[in-house]
Design a protein around this ligand. Structure first.
Ligand code: HEM
Length: 209
């Protein structure tokens, strides 16, 4: 394994752990907004420790940088369908992570908002922002599961038959769609009424012409 791949894999372990806990946090919203906020408060006990948050943010930059380096290296060359899926899901995750993390940091330090359930849900409750936020979040969850299934596919190569590896990829995509649908339904107010405080809606309205 070359150095770039080793670094990509190392930061992926940290980020994947965070992302899985993070999505479990969002799934807690199925039980209501209070459950989501209580879960996030508990997670912040660790992720708001400056050294831990710095490590997480460094992993985001390393992951995006090494991922884009892979894409550039492969540009124009032949790619089997599975590798193409890995490249497309990785490219979307790179875009999403840069926008998402910048938006969370801006929410906290520029707009002085608590970046909790309401910060994420506001865009789903104010037209025309939902046209952006539904695919933006939905595709992120789908891309994460497809990308992780792709990584697993590479790890077990040579140990399981090709048909099993294809089924692993399909299972990843189905799981991603289900998790994305559940999170969007809860955040979007389809499961129970969601009231977004004015401070969050006013912040978004500030982006309208
Ligand atoms: C439906 C999808 C998602 C929603 C609604 C969402 C929402 C949020 C919110 C509200 C925060 C702020 C957390 C806090 O203040 O403690 C956050 C932070 C973050 N999210 Fe997400 N997220 C989603 C998907 C993802 C995915 C798929 C990833 C990774 C692949 C991800 C990575 C991150 C990272 C790295 C942070 C920054 C943590 C920090 O600075 O402490 N998110 N997200």
């Amino acid at each position: 394994m070359n150095g770039l791949r080793r670094v990509h894999r190392g930061s992926a372990i940290v980020l994947a752990l965070y992302a899985l806990v993070h999505l479990a946090n969002h799934l807690a919203a199925l039980d209501g907004v209070a459950s989501h906020i209580a879960f996030m408060d508990a997670v912040r006990g660790l992720t708001r420790v400056p050294a831990v948050e710095a490590l997480l943010l460094a992993c985001v930059l390393v992951q995006v940088g090494t991922g884009l380096a892979f894409l550039l290296r492969r540009r124009g060359g032949p790619m089997p369908p599975f590798l193409r899926m890995q490249a497309v899901s990785g490219a979307y995750l790179a875009f999403f992570l840069l926008v998402h993390v910048s938006s969370v940091l801006a929410g906290r330090f520029v707009f002085k908002l608590d970046t909790n359930f309401h910060y994420a849900a506001a865009g789903l409750h104010l037209a025309p922002f939902h046209f952006f936020f539904v695919p933006y979040y939905g595709l992120a969850v789908l891309a994460l599961f497809v990308h992780l299934a792709g990584a697993l596919h590479l790890l077990v190569r040579g140990r399981v038959v090709a048909a099993t590896r294809v089924r692993m990829g399909q299972a990843g995509a189905v799981l991603g769609l289900v998790v994305a649908g559940l999170i969007l339904a809860a955040f979007g107010g389809l499961l129970y009424p969601v009231v977004i405080p004015d401070a969050y809606l006013d912040n978004l309205r500030g982006f309208l012409p």
